[in-house]
Write a protein that binds this ligand. Structure first.
Ligand code: PMP
Length: 360
């Protein structure tokens, strides 16, 4: 068996321990005589799996009792619609546009009401986070929406926006569980799990209870109401059972590693190795303003498209895969989520040094 260093933005690397454990349990989950893939979501065994997953996530993120944890489907993209359908009571919400995913959410919200662009960093190819300390925020907004870590551009809010009392809704798909969060600062935190938490097919929504109401926009399908899923503890219909089971294993792994503050230290250490190298390199350079750099997604370029392509090709051959940047940015991007070992980043930097020497 040979495993590569996988720098994919998502679906992405998962902890090897988790994959091995799942492999061991594949044919017979703890004496049940079947795989988790084969069992009823209404069985006692599965009920334990989903309940334990929720409890472990609550422990890790210190989620207060007045927040619900929902395991849903439809990807993060479905939340672009569910959020306005469920929360846009005044049909007016504010969006801070810091990348493609925030923009898609902003555009989707326009289907349901007035989406106000509160700030944007599109003028400089989303290479920074706008100053959100004193935005002009209309009184009658239902919520303020952000994408907290911008997967494609590699920026992250280091300070949450001042929403002036409005509910904050955040897409944390690409920074989920990468560091501690104060859940009480948000009305809704959500993310697709396929980057930092588990396999594609699960989206986790952490939502304050008072935001879960019957009062959704007319025509909202039953399946797209938070209340439907909250009332049924994420078992209204068949949930993505196997994906939730793997997420649960990742939560246990995170707990064993020491929790989110330890993950933050590890992630800072890993990112520093790469950013320090980029800052002194004569060939490679980062594309983001230093103060807004993401710990999870690190885009970089040589400034020469042919050389970028050569680098990606040679890196792939050397076992460093999925380094090609998003098609809208070009260059390279190394996603270094929780499960990427420090050694993977060190080896990538060593490879980049060698490439730089050879192509000087
Ligand atoms: N938000 C962010 C920050 C993302 O990175 C992505 C996926 N790359 C999405 C939303 C869309 O996720 P999905 O494919 O699960 O709909």
């Amino acid at each position: 068996m040979s495993r590569v260093y996988n720098f994919s933005a998502g679906p992405a690397v998962l902890p090897e321990e988790v994959l091995k454990e799942a492999a061991d349990e594949m044919l017979d989950y703890r004496g049940s005589g079947m795989s988790v893939m084969e069992m009823s979501h209404r069985s006692k065994v599965y009920d334990n799996i989903i309940k334990e997953a929720e409890q472990d996530l609550r422990d890790l993120m210190n989620i207060p009792d007045n927040y619900k944890v929902l395991f849903l489907q439809g990807g993060a993209s479905q939340q672009f619609a569910m959020i306005p359908m469920n929360l846009m009571k005044n049909r007016k919400a504010g969006y801070i546009v810091t990348g493609q995913w925030a923009k898609k959410a902003y555009q989707e919200a326009q289907i349901y009401g007035e989406a106000v662009k509160l700030a944007s960093s599109e003028d400089k190819t989303f290479s920074y986070i706008p100053d959100c300390s004193d935005l002009d925020i209309p009184e009658d907004l239902d919520y303020v929406y952000i994408c907290e870590n911008n997967t494609i551009y590699g920026t992250k809010y280091k300070k949450l926006p001042n929403t002036k009392g409005h509910t904050l809704v955040a897409d944390v798909s690409s920074c989920f569980l990468s560091e501690p969060v104060d859940v009480t600062k948000y009305g809704v935190i959500y993310g697709g799990v396929q980057k930092n938490v588990g396999p594609a097919g699960v989206v986790i929504v952490i939502i304050r209870e008072d935001l879960i109401t019957e009062d959704t926009l007319p025509g909202t399908p039953t399946m797209l109401k938070y209340k439907t899923h909250a009332d049924a503890d994420s078992l209204y219909n068949t949930p993505p059972c196997y994906g939730i089971y793997i997420c649960g294993k990742v939560f246990k792994w995170l707990k064993k590693m020491g929790g989110l503050s330890v993950m933050k230290e590890r992630n800072e250490e890993k990112a520093k190795i790469l950013y320090d190298f980029l800052d002194q390199s004569k060939l490679f350079h980062g594309t983001v303003v230093p103060e807004d750099r993401s710990l999870m997604n690190v885009p970089f370029v040589t400034g020469n498209e042919e050389l970028d392509a050569k680098f990606v090709k040679e890196a792939t051959a050397a076992g460093f895969v999925n380094l090609k940047g998003h098609r809208t940015v070009g260059g390279m991007r190394a996603s270094i989520y929780n499960a990427m070992p420090k050694e993977g980043v060190e080896k990538l930097v060593a490879f980049m040094k060698k490439f730089e020497e050879e192509n000087a």
